[in-house]
Write a protein that binds this ligand. Structure first.
Ligand SMILES: Cc1cc2nc3c(=O)[nH]c(=O)nc-3n(C[C@H](O)[C@H](O)[C@H](O)COP(=O)(O)OP(=O)(O)OC[C@H]3O[C@@H](n4cnc5c(N)ncnc54)[C@H](O)[C@@H]3O)c2cc1C
Length: 422
């Protein structure tokens, strides 16, 4: 597949590595994973650590999807706040979800365990676009502290300069447990760890179908039939290509990033070096790379066709936040599809021997690693924590094959317009 969106800073600074597996005679495994993003890699690695024989089949290359091109922002939690989870699901489930999605930072644990070199830095700032947003953030920070003892710092408008040189924001919350990293190098590090643990990684191999015929469950790929007792579908935005029914639960929204040239005044823009995401519906999110570039994500497109000039498309959003670098040279512009569910919670589950996890709704950099590990737990027969995520509510988008995307787009445009009008 040629990818017009691949001119990324991450691809240009990726560690070199090669998957060492050549498809030979051995086409029978305990577990076959489809997709070489964070979810698939984490699941494959955790299954191998539990002693299963594992093959991972990736249509392009490791990190080709959202995992290798995202904003690199590590934001604890889900798209719902902890107080929303508690009022919807009650105290006990909220406790368990909090432990999984806020407290258990499996990304940091993986980085430490495997010595993954991916520019990990601590600190995440949520910046309030409106005074109302700031009020809501303060209430949530107080709830997290009182209920879970989770400490973050409320930053008043007049103190925002400690973190960000922009006059736009009405305050924020700094979370020292969040952070940022080079997502493609994290994916590559996971792949190397998985390979060392015995996972057979097949790149440039597309899965067409999951079978469950007389020969048993397996995958039909470009070149083979791979038999496996368990299948893990980790194809996210592409899930409908392999399993059309699951494709009804997400719509892919295109989102774009740029990286400036290294900036002499980088430290003045973001003095605490935290990653920042703001509270707009179509949010701006940005951070500094290890070599002092501003990596800025902003603007969504509901058409699948990318803008002809991604830098020109994203620059106005950056200039609005940081007028002082409005004309800074931009070295890279790229984009990817964010798989979004109806309620913005991930859709995770099991159908027979096929496990799946997708639709992290722009909040997947941290949760995908734990989702993969919980799938491995469930494959090993321990389903309690997996069930917590699998029992999150999920509804397919209405509208059938042809109307689903236009209807979802209309809804999203409505919220984007509301955002613009304040
Ligand atoms: C532009 C952008 C910015 C984002 N920013 C952030 C952020 O800052 N913080 C955050 O938390 N989240 C962010 N996200 C979301 C996050 O990146 C995703 O939730 C996460 O990476 C999903 O990982 P995954 O492994 O499930 O899917 P993916 O990384 O998309 O992996 C799926 C893989 O499956 C492969 N595949 C598909 N079909 C087949 C097939 N038939 N056969 C074989 N292989 C197949 C694909 O090639 C791909 O490599 C962002 C997403 C995008 C697109």
């Amino acid at each position: 597949m040629t990818d017009p969106l691949a001119n990324s800073y991450y691809a240009a600074t990726a560690h070199r590595w090669r998957s060492a597996y050549d498809m030979g005679e051995e086409l029978s495994f305990d577990v076959a994973v489809i997709g070489g993003g964070f979810t698939g890699l984490s699941a494959a690695l955790a299954c191998a650590e539990r002693g299963f024989s594992v093959v991972l089949v990736e249509r392009e290359h490791i990190g080709f999807g959202a995992s290798g091109r995202n904003g690199g922002q590590l934001i604890p939690g889900l798209r719902w706040t902890a107080s929303e989870l508690e009022s919807e699901f009650g105290r006990d489930r909220a406790d368990a979800l909090f432990d999984l999605c806020w407290r258990s930072n499996r990304v940091e644990a993986r980085i430490a365990k495997h010595g993954i070199d991916c520019d990990l830095k601590p600190g995440h700032l949520e910046a309030a676009w409106t005074p109302k947003d700031f009020d809501a953030m303060q209430r949530e920070a107080a709830f997290l502290d009182k209920r879970f003892g989770y400490q973050s710092h409320i930053v008043a408008k007049q103190d925002m300069a400690v973190h960000i040189a922009s006059p736009l924001y009405h305050g924020g919350v700094h979370d020292p447990q969040g952070g940022h990293f080079h997502p493609l190098n994290y994916a590559i590090g996971l792949a190397q760890a998985a390979q060392r643990a015995g996972v057979c990684i097949l790149e440039n191999e597309r899965v067409y179908r999951i079978t469950d015929n007389r020969a048993g469950p397996g995958l039909i790929t470009d070149r083979a039939h791979i038999a496996a007792h368990y299948i893990i579908d980790a194809t996210d935005s592409w899930i409908g290509h392999v399993e059309p029914d699951l494709g009804r639960y997400t719509v892919p929204i295109m989102n774009y990033n740029i990286a400036t040239a290294p900036l002499a005044n980088a430290d003045e823009l973001l003095p605490s070096d935290a990653a920042v995401a703001d509270s707009r519906f179509v949010l701006n999110y940005f951070r500094l790379s290890a070599d002092r570039r501003l990596i800025f994500g902003g603007g969504e497109r509901y058409s699948q066709t990318p803008p002809r000039d991604i830098a020109a498309f994203v620059r106005p959003f950056m200039a609005e936040v940081f007028p002082q670098i409005a004309d800074a040279p931009i070295d890279y512009g790229w984009g990817g599809a964010v798989a979004v569910t109806m309620n913005r919670l991930p859709h995770i589950g099991r159908r027979g021997n096929v496990f799946f996890a997708h639709g992290f709704s722009g909040h997947g950099a941290l949760v995908t690693t734990i989702a993969g590990e919980l799938i491995a737990e469930a494959v090993a027969g321990i389903a309690e924590r997996f069930d917590l995520l699998a029992n999150l509510p999920a509804r397919p988008f209405p509208g059938g094959k042809w109307l689903r995307r236009p209807l979802a787009t209309l809804g999203l445009l409505y919220y984007a317009l509301k955002d613009r009008l304040g």
